[in-house]
Design a protein around this ligand. Structure first.
Ligand SMILES: Nc1ncnc2c1ncn2[C@@H]1O[C@H](COP(=O)(O)OP(=O)(O)OP(=O)(O)O)[C@@H](O)[C@H]1O
Length: 319
């Protein structure tokens, strides 16, 4: 049975603005007819440009916001009507804000959460020991949250969200502002939690490396509507973003002429050519080698950023 089910869910806001003396009201459809299901143990990347409706969706899934249309079920219940009951079964991390107590040492925050969620003492101790080890929190337990660095605080927040054994975790930008090593550690940790505990993870991020590292499924939303739902490989294949051939010539030349490819950049003896994903690079290379002093070459696949940028552009509704 699905752990998350959305059927034709919408959420509109009325926004009023003033121009001179006139006040006008308009409706913003933050989420617009969204339907999807998530199975237990899935790690889903939920991505989209700024203002696409990601946070609004997460807020509806936690029960903080009530949909203006459609139905939502999380762990079998309507989140907005069963917020307290559901709180025990979900964990939430908002990367930009902490859910920890600012003036309390980390370990006291964890103790408060144990009481709040009614986690049996032995289970709490076991979970705490696991997270302290995996997230390297040992030296931080006595430090007040306000004295922690962003990366340390984030590790604390993630432990806090998982201490009550939630079945589902929503992570909103969990790696924002972290250095590369902290990001890698956090991704490893989340992969481990998902594997060992079967926790369902919904991950909102602008860092596509998070998606590459963690998500078997990616959902792309734009203007409140779903524009893609599938694997990352499928997303790559669905968008025929061009590949790039980078050739190094023996000397600097004007843009070379190659049938089936277009020069996009000339950088001294190095030239960049794009060609369709569906075409093989071999005949292009043969052509260049026959007509120009070719020294070296490489083929670059389209980046996931470029594929998603194309998807967003394609999804932008015409006014
Ligand atoms: N409380 C609110 N009142 C009015 N408009 C809102 C409210 N919350 C969100 N919106 C609007 O709904 C749209 C979707 O916002 P949302 O925060 O869900 O996007 P997002 O995808 O999370 O964006 P970001 O990546 O920037 O966090 C935006 O146009 C936003 O301005």
């Amino acid at each position: 049975m699905s752990v998350i089910e959305l059927e034709n869910v919408s959420r509109a806001f009325t926004v009023s603005s003033r121009t001179g003396l006139r006040r006008t009201r308009r409706e913003v459809r933050a989420v617009d007819g969204l339907s999807f299901t998530v199975e237990p143990g899935e790690v889903v990347g939920y991505i989209g440009p700024n203002g696409a409706g990601k946070s609004t969706t997460i807020k509806m899934l936690t029960g903080i916001l009530v949909p203006t249309g459609g139905t939502i079920r999380v762990a079998g219940v309507d989140p907005s009507r069963n917020r307290m009951k559901l709180a025990k079964r979900i964990g939430v991390v908002f990367g930009q804000r902490t859910t920890l107590w600012w003036d309390l040492p980390l370990k006291d925050s964890f103790a408060v959460l144990q009481k709040m969620y009614g986690v049996p003492r032995a289970r709490h101790a076991e979970n705490l020991a696991t997270f302290v080890e995996l997230l390297n929190l040992g030296d931080l337990l006595d430090v007040p949250v306000r004295q922690l660095s962003l990366g340390q605080r984030m590790r604390g927040d993630i432990a806090a969200a998982l201490l009550h054994d939630p079945e589902i975790v929503y992570l909103d930008e969990p790696t924002i502002g972290l250095d590369i090593i902290s990001k890698a550690r956090l991704r490893e940790f989340l992969a481990e939690v998902n594997k060992e505990r079967g926790t369902t993870i919904i991950l909102t991020t602008h860092d596509l490396d998070d998606i590459e590292a963690l998500c078997s499924r990616v959902m792309v939303i734009d203007h409140g509507r779903q524009v893609y739902d599938g694997t990352l490989a499928g997303l790559r294949a669905s968008q025929s973003a061009p590949r790039t051939l980078v050739v190094d010539l023996a000397s600097s030349l004007p843009a070379i002429t190659v049938d089936g490819a277009t020069v996009t950049k000339v950088d001294g003896p190095r030239q960049h050519l794009t060609f369709p994903t569906s075409t093989s690079a071999a005949p292009l290379v043969a052509q260049i080698a026959a007509n120009y002093p070719l020294v070296d070459l490489s083929v670059a696949e389209p980046t996931i950023e470029s594929i998603i940028a194309r998807l967003y552009t394609a999804a932008t509704p015409t006014p």
